[in-house]
Design a protein around this ligand. Sequence first.
Ligand code: CA
Length: 631
Amino acid sequence: MKDRINEFTYKVCFASLGIVFVLSLGTKAHAQSSVPKKQLPQFEAVRGEYIVKYRSHFQLSQVKSKIQGKASLKNVLSEGSIYHVAMKSENVAALQADADIEYIEPNYYLLKFDEGLVGEPLQKMSAEDVTAQSSTSFTQSLAAVQALQAWNIASINDANNQPIVAPIVAIIDTGLDATHSVFTSSQALWINPGEIPDNGVDDDFNGFIDDVSGWNFITNTKAFDDDEGHGTHVGGIVVGAGLDIFSAHVDQARVQVMPLKFLDSVGAGSTANAVRAIYYAVNNGAKVINCSWGGGSYSQSLHEAMAYAYAHQVLIVAAAGNNASNNDSVAMYPANYDVPGLISVAASNDYDSMASFSNFGANMVHVSAPGVSIFSTYPGNTYASMNGTSMAAPFVAGIAAMALREAGALTGYQIKNLITGSVDLVTKLNGKVQTGGRVNEYKLLQAAKSSAQLSVLATQPGYTPSYKADRSPASESSAKAAGCGLVKGLITSGGSSGGGSGLGFLLVAMIPLLVWLGVRLRTPADGRDKRKFERFNLASEIKIQVGDKELVASMNTISMGGVSFNAESALEKGGLVTMRIASPDGHEQIEVQGKVVWSENNKAYGVQFVQSKTGALAMIQDWTKGLSKAS
Ligand code: CA
């Protein structure tokens, strides 16, 4: 793996700061155990594909002319500014030279978050069989989500005694087996009212021909058939939040599902197609978007798509991930994008314990929902049990849609707050998720009804994503003003294992801190900020692990972007390292993965953060925002 890394690196700007910032198209795919690894993507990003954003609006013809000879256009992600291109890595620098380009990023892979089937899919032979098999599955496990009680109080008609239009939940996933009897009998499938089927015309002028019930962003066709199974299972859970999908007679669905396929037959998809699916969902009426997938690489274009959904008051439900890891330390995206209208969901079991595989995070994961042995629809008119945060998220998406039926005027952000405010507090989840609780549909619908009765106005706070600061000239100058601190008091220590030479080969001569954003100092208005520290009295710590060796460096100022150091040739070019950075008060710690890369500008090896760049950045910004101004 190691020797591939430098092959796919390229440098991106920040020359004004003297920083080499290398995006590395590396090898870390977040493999799930259910799929043979050989079928999964071998790289972190799609080889030879990039996402390019221009600073201002350009005509398509202008963009084509700008990229001519360097890249070829694959798709438009956002009209006028964001494009998906194919390009050889050696052309990236040339394209980057265009001052109109805001950023170029790799087209990262994203993977589904299920843990595979539990047993074999079950053919629906009779209602009794299925009921016996499903047991309490239609209430989403034995945990007291109180689905039955919720259905009993759910409104069918609105205040004018008209049937409530079922809110649309976009299932951005592997597709959907729309021929499954649950979806056909309940008429749960979204119908695009503006599109005439199969006439070969884009009747509603939305840019998609014959998109009657969804779209396939891989093939760019209306055929969203599920060749994997994941999306069909997720879709059943969404519909099942409103009714018993296992009953002999499935009622009229209370939510609509909009299948948007971007994950392929092994459950892998690209960021570019995820971004297109999100814009499609928002622009075509979805009120809730379910994301039972993710990855560890920050993507500005995906973050922007999430912010777009938020700006349109759409709720995003994101599975927290199945690595059993802490999302506060190691970011998972999209779950970790700090968009206010995004709710991150962990998986718990029948007994309200966190599922063994589930990611968690007292800050970054909001709630838990049942995600162990969840019975739902599966392709071929069958049913199956699956485990995963992939299964927990759609239940939250489904109950969010049920809440919208009661209080349709509320924004997705408000629905999120109703969900987080109506959880059942569970001791075992305390400290594992932000609310310390597992969702409760009945309490949620009660809260939604109250909101409607009180005529709560649709509101949501403004959101200025931090990504804008990443690359805008303004933030570069602010970073410049903050200056680059130097590491003092460097301490090295060998690993505990008796390796003799230990870290002797690793001569750390310097760690010039590559400040490009992190430290934007400001004085707290009232001095009450518990995070108030003298800028130059930080006692933070960087730990660099190389194999079983560990290097500890102390630093007196804190920043992001990367760390560089000199190394003997023993440190193989392209090595992976893990850095742990502690907060000034020592209460928090971020773990950032990096790859060793050669910096031509600095004539030195450096460690480029390749994972959780922005999640870590956000934490460091949080740590440093209370710093008193350096004199
Ligand atoms: Ca259309």
